[in-house]
Design a protein around this ligand. Structure first.
Ligand SMILES: Nc1nc2c(c(=O)[nH]1)N[C@H]1C(S)=C(S)[C@@H](COP(=O)(O)OP(=O)(O)OC[C@H]3O[C@@H](n4cnc5c(=O)[nH]c(N)nc54)[C@H](O)[C@@H]3O)O[C@H]1N2
Ligand SMILES: Nc1nc2c(c(=O)[nH]1)N[C@H]1C(S)=C(S)[C@@H](COP(=O)(O)OP(=O)(O)OC[C@H]3O[C@@H](n4cnc5c(=O)[nH]c(N)nc54)[C@H](O)[C@@H]3O)O[C@H]1N2
Ligand code: SF4
Ligand SMILES: [Mo]
Length: 720
């Protein structure tokens, strides 16, 4: 009887009133979803067959979205406290905004515009970024709007800019269907970009004799299962490998001389530089056998279409920009760019990291791929915003790490954190906690409370999240998807753009922030892209409701653009792509006798970042219930560590304690810890207790993939 009852209940629960087309709120693959709802609740999520980026495919994170949206820990009302040791009390929006304007005005009056900052996220909708960015850069007077994209895509942005003259991944996913060489370096596509991964896998399965896949990673991840060749590399040494590949290309006369002559500059200097990177020389640095390096270089150059696919294993480094440039150098030397199935494809992690770059969501950028340091760019944006040219500061604002350092030293007084959880995701959590404790004012705008970061807030603002608001996002292949509002948000939660619009109005900037809908914001932003690389003036909500579009799309009758640089004219002043000298320098911290092991960090299948959402899905927690430390089998034997033993990992910054996963799938001398857990789950659970804040000098992206640590076994009874 019970069974029948439950069965009946299942049928009733699965009854769906409406299916709505939307985009996925997780990763940058940007799959199209169909969301089945009933009574203001999501019942089921399916893949959207009509979405041109995913054709109905989706991964478990999206399938289980129905369990993460309407939860008891949703932040539904503004909460306020006048002292950090006091309990939060509920406030109306009016009183919360009144409190915030009073505090902001006082800080601005006393300390000037540099004393306040917004810290956002690649998970905001394009419209939301735009409003927050405009408020900070055009009206509050400093450029202190940075985002977690600084921890994610900053090196790729800078790499593309320097090498090709503009940001923007040049490829489309259709290129994955016609490439015959995939060079996956520093990306775990199987776990982090499952639908792109499946697409590459399909291509290989269909053409097993002609398509080759190479995976370069210090860990033999599930991604390596589709590889013809897995290349175990010592962390932090990719430049040596890439320079040596170029060395082989030159030595074996595989350079596309015509392409190099006609479409590039700077070849001579790079040619000279890589002379010393013989495969044997590189082998001594990256520990990849020279013969293997030669073989990969040959395959790369001989391929009809070679695509390199990379992500955080390349970007999150003190040499992240040069790693990007070194990869692009290879594409330029072999002419593997601007034709079907070829090119350097940086995968974007967050669902709208691309939109963030388009609206200028980093502290040195302005909307439409512009820079705050460029006077013409400032003038163009000032005109659209209706402010005097000098209203936009010429100096870049604080970047993510600088922002927390400035809170720590007291130069920065107030921070408004939205759609990111820095108390888990930033390097050197001691610094982050100290900074947040010292701050005069911390505003946290999130969908949930408590989070690791909300614990430090004075004011908590409830954000409507995915499915509860409308707007747009751009995925890794420059494709914009419209996401409609499907559900009512809980309590008084508001879309992020509305919160900033109301705050701007309360600050007295109402005339410049008159928005009543997300579409009005979008229409204004669109004007900022006119004539720019990421021109979307031909894209309207009405068009997007018919289906997603790839930019540039400069007129209403433009079908959008599948692939960039097909005419081999690059975005530089001369139209030529730039070869960049990329000497190998190595990671900032060196293992030594006290800290002999290299730590690298990253993700697991199905958990999303700081787990405010995926942490609510039972089967994901069952699969990965707690942090762990991957240790190489031989290292473990040497340290007398058995699988599942508790180990202590210590760096100069702090400590982590977790179970060991002893495996041959990680190179010797290296360990790996996922970063999903923060201190709220246990002080010593956090990978970012160990990481360091050192960053790339140009992109200012911190080194989250390399720290020196020591590991030892701990007895559990000593822990209790
Ligand atoms: N399941 C899941 N998917 C996600 C996310 C998530 O949290 N969970 N987050 C999304 C976001 S925002 C991002 S940015 C992407 C990140 O996607 P990925 O970059 O693919 O993920 P990571 O695990 O951070 O790192 C990728 C790989 O880099 C390797 N690596 C480390 N050091 C080096 C090195 O020096 N050289 C090389 N060649 N490889 C190295 C690691 O071993 C790891 O396998 O994933 C997106 N997708
Ligand atoms: N050690 C180590 N650290 C890392 C990395 C690593 O590889 N290793 N990777 C880095 C990278 S690439 C990234 S992208 C970051 C990610 O790190 P975070 O951005 O800190 O991670 P999330 O958990 O995605 O945080 C998003 C927050 O926004 C909230 N939220 C969700 N939807 C909305 C909304 O619509 N509005 C608002 N206001 N809030 C919302 C969520 O509840 C959550 O608190 O981590 C970085 N940190
Ligand atoms: S691959 Fe990424 S975008 Fe596609 S369903 Fe999974 S998480 Fe969402
Ligand atoms: Mo990311």
């Amino acid at each position: 009887m019970v069974g029948v009852k439950e069965g009946a209940f299942e049928v009733a629960r699965d009854h769906i009133d409406t299916w709505t087309r939307t985009g996925c709120p997780y990763c940058g693959v940007g799959c199209g979803l169909l969301v089945g709802t009933r009574d203001n609740a999501i019942v089921k999520v399916r893949g959207d067959l009509q979405h041109p980026s995913s054709f109905g495919d989706l991964c478990p994170k999206a399938v289980h979205l129905n369990k993460v949206i309407q939860t008891p820990d949703r932040l539904a009302f503004p909460l306020l406290r006048l002292r950090r040791d006091a309990a939060f009390v509920r406030a109306s929006w009016d009183s919360a905004l009144f409190y915030l304007t009073t505090r902001f005005r006082a800080i601005l009056d006393r300390h000037g515009p540099e004393a306040v900052a917004f810290y956002g996220s690649g998970q905001l909708l394009t419209e939301e970024y735009y409003v927050a960015n405009k408020l900070m850069k055009g009206f509050l007077g400093a450029n202190n709007f940075d985002t977690n994209s600084r921890l994610c895509m900053a090196s790729a942005v800078t790499g593309y800019n320097i090498s090709l003259g503009s940001d923007g991944p040049p490829l489309a996913y259709t290129d994955l269907d016609c490439a015959d060489f995939f060079f996956i370096i520093g990306a775990n596509t199987a776990h982090c970009y499952p639908i792109i991964h499946r697409r590459m896998m399909r291509r290989k399965q269909q053409h097993p004799d002609t398509v080759r896949v190479i995976v370069v990673d210090p860990r033999r991840t599930e991604t390596a299962e589709i590889a013809n060749l897995y290349v175990p590399i010592k962390p932090g040494t990719d430049i040596a490998l890439l320079n040596a590949m170029l060395h082989v290309v030159i030595a074996e006369k595989l350079v596309d001389e015509a392409f190099v002559q006609q479409h590039t500059e700077g070849w001579g200097a790079v040619k000279t530089l890589v002379q010393r990177y013989s495969p044997a020389y590189a082998e001594a640095i990256c520990e990849v056998p020279g013969a293997l390096i030669t073989a990969i270089a040959r395959d790369f150059a001989h391929a009809l279409g070679a695509i390199s696919v990379w992500s955080m294993g390349i970007n999150q480094s003190t040499e992240g920009v040069h790693k990007n440039n070194a990869l692009i150098n290879l594409h330029l030397a072999t002419g593997q760019i601007g034709k079907p199935g070829a090119g350097p494809f940086s995968l974007t992690g967050q669902p709208n990291a691309m939109g963030g770059r388009e609206v200028g969501g980093l502290s040195h950028l302005l909307p439409g791929y512009r820079s705050v340091t460029n006077p013409t760019h400032r003038a163009e944006i000032a005109r659209i915003w209706g402010v005097p040219v000098d209203a936009i500061a010429a100096r870049p604002g604080y970047t993510a790490v600088e922002l927390f350092e400035a809170l720590d030293t007291g130069t920065l007084k107030a921070v408004w954190i939205l759609a990111t959880n820095p108390a888990v995701s930033m390097p050197e959590l001691d610094l982050v906690e100290r900074a947040l404790r010292k701050a005069e004012l911390v505003v946290v705008q999130d969908a949930y409370h408590p989070t690791d970061t909300s614990a430090f807030a004075d004011v908590l603002l409830p954000a409507a999240q995915w499915s509860e608001k409308e707007g747009t996002m751009t995925n890794s292949e420059r494709r914009i998807t419209y996401l409609p509002k499907i559900l009512e948000p809980p309590g008084e939660a508001l879309p992020d753009w509305q919160i900033f619009t109301r705050f701007a109005q309360a600050m007295g900037f109402g005339a410049s922030f008159p928005y009543t809908t997300a579409e009005e914001v979008y229409e204004e932003f669109k004007q900022c892209t006119k004539g720019r690389r990421n021109d979307i003036t031909g894209v309207s909500y009405a068009r997007l409701k018919q289906g997603p579009l790839q930019w540039p799309c400069p007129s209403p009758d433009s079908p959008g653009t599948e692939r960039l640089y097909t005419d081999k004219t690059f975005a530089t002043l001369t139209g030529k792509a730039q070869f960049i000298e990329t000497p190998y320098e190595g990671a900032r911290e060196h293992p030594d006798a006290s800290y002999p092991v290299i730590l690298t960090t990253g993700r697991v299948k199905n958990h999303w970042h700081t787990m405010t959402r995926t942490g609510k899905v039972e089967i994901f927690n069952r699969r990965t219930p707690e942090p762990f430390v991957e240790i190489n089998t031989e290292d473990a034997a040497y340290l007398d560590i058995q699988d599942a033993d508790f180990v202590e990992v210590l760096s100069k910054r702090g400590k982590l304690i977790a179970r060991a996963q002893v495996t041959e799938k990680i190179v010797r001398g290296t360990c790996f810890v996922p970063f999903h857990w923060g201190r709220r789950s246990g002080v010593f659970n956090a990978a970012n207790n160990l990481t360091l804040k050192a960053y790339d000098p140009v992109s200012q992206q911190p080194e989250l993939k390399f720290a020196a640590v020591t590991i030892k076994k701990v007895m559990v009874d000593l822990l209790t």
